[in-house]
Design a protein around this ligand. Structure first.
Ligand code: ADP
Length: 360
């Protein structure tokens, strides 16, 4: 008697759960898990997933998810998913999949294993989103940015060249005022060139990643050179170097210079009331660690985790014209070297941006 009541209750619960998942706008797929993830059979799916793929419930149940795979479905991402789920971890990734009519769609998938009371994996659950529109929009956006940046860059290069010529011609016998105006034009052109460069570089990195050209490099010397260059435009701050590592590091010299320059100019920009900026260099086991420390506005704790994402800016800083691209580019450069980048910061007290590079 007790058993039948329990079964009735379970049946009722299953019905309610089916109604709930059918109301859901994301696709939901549940598979068994006694076999390799790739061979796991679908035991349940909701209406949204049927709509997304064009298959009916009965066409999907009993089949594997590979029914939706095709020539552009990335085997590397599939292998990552398999490895994560089979080892009891969750997974998030994007894959191109194919509908029943053969058309492609971008599928973002959040997947997780389900465990029984003995800790054995009994099922896998997949939450599926069709993100085709979002991906197409992103691709279009990148293309527009790329074209516009190129269009702006060409006239800027010409203006820059003529300003240099005029500066030389006016150097000796021109009134002080004219030279000042030219300097202002030069500064603004440099700023615009920097901005378009960052936009172009972001698009390039997103499409192709960073490909560092590594050579054994004297990191102490790089830091010395960058500090010397940044000092030219940073009259209000004293920049000092602390420490040296005294060994060569296998890295792309120009890329690492770019990262340190970015961290230093940020440190100056976001510490308008302070005088001191420090660049520390140390060695910890198999890594060289470079840190740029300022005593400026700092970054609220909740914003620190997003700071290396592209186009991210902490909202209430009006200190500079900013794109939120510099740190994103820096992070991609450091990661392409097998290193890491992080920030420690306290609001109103200052920030320490650090990166590590492997040393052999
Ligand atoms: P940008 O400075 O062009 O906006 P970044 O990617 O270099 O781009 O920086 C992203 C955001 O991080 C900045 O807009 C700023 O809000 C914050 N930030 C970066 N460096 C510092 C720093 N040293 N102190 C405080 N805030 C910083």
């Amino acid at each position: 008697m007790k058993n039948t009541t329990k079964k009735k209750k379970e049946k009722k619960l299953l019905q309610v759960m089916k109604i709930a998942t059918d109301q859901c706008s994301d696709g939901i797929v549940i598979t068994n898990a006694k076999v390799q993830e790739i061979k796991a059979k679908i035991i349940y799916t909701n209406e949204a997933f049927c709509k997304m793929t064009g298959y009916t419930y009965t066409e999907l149940v009993g089949k594997t998810l590979s029914k939706l795979h095709g020539s552009k479905t990335d085997p590397k991402v599939l292998a990552q998913r398999r490895a994560a789920l089979s080892s009891g971890h969750s997974f998030n990734g994007k894959l191109i999949k194919y509908r029943k009519n053969g058309s492609e769609f971008y599928n973002e998938c959040d997947a997780a294993p389900v465990f029984d009371s003995n800790g054995e994996i009994t099922n896998y659950i997949y939450i599926m989103k069709d993100v085709t529109e979002r991906v197409n929009f992103e691709e279009k956006k990148e293309e527009i940015i790329s074209v516009v940046s190129h269009e702006i860059k060409t006239p800027l290069t010409a203006i820059n060249g003529f300003v240099e010529i005029l500066k030389k011609k006016l150097a000796e016998n021109s009134p002080e005022k004219n030279r000042k105006y030219l300097s202002i034009i030069k500064t603004e052109v440099d700023r615009l060139t920097g901005l378009t460069g960052e936009l172009l570089e972001t698009t390039r990195i997103k499409n192709r990643g960073v490909k560092p050209v590594k050579k054994l490099t004297d990191l102490d010397e790089i830091i010395r050179q960058v500090i010397k260059n940044v000092k030219i435009t940073a009259s209000g701050h004293k920049i000092s170097r602390r420490g040296r590592i005294g060994i060569l590091v296998n890295c792309d010299k120009n890329r690492i210079k770019q990262v340190i320059t970015n961290l230093l100019t940020n440190a100056i920009q976001y510490s308008p009331e302070a005088e001191q900026v420090l660049v520390h260099i140390t060695r910890q086991n198999n890594h060289a660690i470079v840190s740029v420390q300022d005593y400026g506005v700092g970054i609220p704790r909740e914003k620190q985790k997003n700071i290396f994402e592209h186009y991210y800016r902490t909202a209430d800083n009006n200190l500079a014209v900013s794109t939120g691209l510099g740190l994103y580019i820096s992070a991609e450069i450091i990661r392409s070297h097998g290193g890491d980048i992080w920030v420690e910061s306290a609001e109103g007290k200052g920030s320490i941006f650090s990166f590590s590079l492997p040393v052999s």
